[in-house]
Design a protein around this ligand. Structure first.
Ligand SMILES: NC(=O)C1=CN([C@@H]2O[C@H](COP(=O)(O)OP(=O)(O)OC[C@H]3O[C@@H](n4cnc5c(N)ncnc54)[C@H](OP(=O)(O)O)[C@@H]3O)[C@@H](O)[C@H]2O)C=CC1
Ligand SMILES: O=C(O)C1=N[C@H](C(=O)O)C[C@H](O)C1
Length: 232
């Protein structure tokens, strides 16, 4: 994603790449000169990223997924001091899928069983994807369930029938798949499936750059891609 961000930003007259930082590079000394920081790395990197952005009052766009609950709490805390856009997926298509997922769950109601399936390339380090997690959170909000308690990951070892108070989550890994997500609403006699398939990582990079441009002069706060796209 870092390489894709640099490629997309380089061709954009509104943007200048101040620095590209990888493991072992001196992140701290690059922060003061930039208007915004875009983080697509690993969730374990979040503490120094937040600390440096707060120290220098910089806008932060987080694309990284897989954060622990404690790391998410630290992101929320930091957003009291700086503008942060935090989104598991910066594509316009998936953000439309988020909206449709809520709408379909509201319309179809409790008679439909809810399952989320995602597939990604073999190099992905977290599972389920941040996008799948967000889809389950949206479904859980509509059904008054909770991600931590009611998501059923893979169902291995579960004996007995499916209950109403659960949302299945299934992560498939293989090859070079950029990112597929399907939300399944299954009832007796019919089934609805909403699917998004990304075929290039460019859509994520362009969305994150758009978020940085949108957020760099915003007041401190926690924003997501729905805010950037005006979907709220
Ligand atoms: N929100 C969105 O739209 C999208 C989110 N993502 C998420 O972005 C993240 C990155 O994905 P991807 O680019 O495929 O992952 P990669 O593993 O290909 O790249 C991650 C990069 O971050 C570097 N890195 C890891 N830890 C640190 C650290 N502590 N400090 C600085 N650099 C670090 C890695 O370096 P090294 O290899 O040396 O460890 C590597 O260069 C993932 O969490 C993924 O889920 C991906 C696509 C879209
Ligand atoms: O790691 C990836 O590649 C992707 N990660 C994000 C996620 O975890 O949801 C977004 C996208 O699906 C690609």
């Amino acid at each position: 994603m870092g390489q894709m961000l640099v490629t997309c930003a380089t061709g954009d007259p509104d943007l200048h790449v101040f620095a590209a930082v990888d493991t072992g590079d001196d992140f701290a000394s690059t922060v003061p000169g930039a208007d915004a920081i875009i983080d697509f790395s690993h969730h374990s990197a979040i503490e120094p990223v937040l600390a440096r952005c707060m120290e220098h009052q910089k806008t932060l766009v987080i694309g990284t997924t897989g954060h622990t609950d404690a790391q998410i709490a630290a992101i929320k805390h930091a957003s009291g001091q700086i503008p942060i856009v935090f989104a598991p997926n910066y594509s316009i298509g998936v953000n439309t899928l988020f909206w449709l997922t809520r709408k379909a769950a509201e319309i179809l109601g409790p008679g439909f069983d809810l399952e989320v399936v995602e597939m990604h390339h073999r190099f992905k380090k977290d599972a389920p994807s941040g996008t799948a997690k967000r889809l389950v959170e949206i479904l859980a909000e509509v059904r008054e369930l909770s991600y931590n308690k009611d998501a059923r990951h893979g169902r291995q070892g579960i004996v007995g029938e499916r209950t109403n108070a659960e949302i299945g989550v299934h992560a498939i890994r293989g090859g070079d798949v950029v990112g597929d997500h399907t939300v399944i609403y299954a009832a007796q006699g019919e089934r609805v499936e909403l699917t998004h398939k990304a075929s290039s990582r460019e859509t994520f990079a362009r969305g994150a750059l758009r978020a940085a441009l949108w957020a760099h002069d915003k007041p401190a706060g926690l924003y997501d891609m729905q805010d950037v796209l005006g979907l709220k």
